[in-house]
Design a protein around this ligand. Structure first.
Ligand SMILES: [Fe+2]
Ligand SMILES: [Fe+2]
Length: 153
């Protein structure tokens, strides 16, 4: 059976906790948005939930391949807010935590020459970076445009 450095196993465990936290958070936000009557945003959040679920599944499969029982025990409470813009800001924070975690896991795997897990974490890092960009773009669409500076001529 394949093996991995204990810190790589710990990184997989924390990754699963963060991904399942994201699943719980986006699922809740999708339901909130639906309750507020914003079906389009709810659908977009639901798609995000599926992607985070697929990330969770990839991590579980990797752990099983290493003979490790998944045991995500650090599921965080859902962070909620009362409008879409604030929900997105909260999700931005969560995506940033995922990006930081995967960047650190990738750095460590490269350091110890574990190319298999370096590739595994790099793929997840790139996908979370895309999520961060998507959220940032959506936030920019929603934020009110500042009034034009008064013409001085
Ligand atoms: Fe994810
Ligand atoms: Fe994500």
């Amino acid at each position: 059976m394949a093996s991995a450095h204990p810190r790589v196993l710990a990184a997989l465990g924390r990754a699963l906790s963060l991904e399942l936290t994201a699943v719980q958070q986006y699922l809740t936000h999708a339901s909130l948005l639906e309750a507020w009557g914003d079906q389009a945003a709810a659908d977009r959040f639901r798609r995000e939930t599926v992607e985070e679920m697929q990330h969770s599944e990839r991590i579980v499969k990797r752990m099983i391949a290493l003979g490790v029982a998944p045991a995500a025990s650090q599921l965080r409470p859902v962070a909620t807010a009362s409008d879409l813009l604030s929900l997105l800001e909260l999700n931005n924070v969560l995506e940033d935590q995922l990006v930081v975690h995967y960047a650190e896991a990738l750095r460590f795997c490269r350091l110890i020459g574990d190319t298999l897990h370096a590739e595994f974490f790099q793929a997840l890092l790139e996908e979370e970076q895309h999520h961060s960009v998507d959220i940032a773009n959506w936030l920019n669409e929603l934020r009110p445009v500042p009034p034009l500076a008064r013409a001085s001529f």
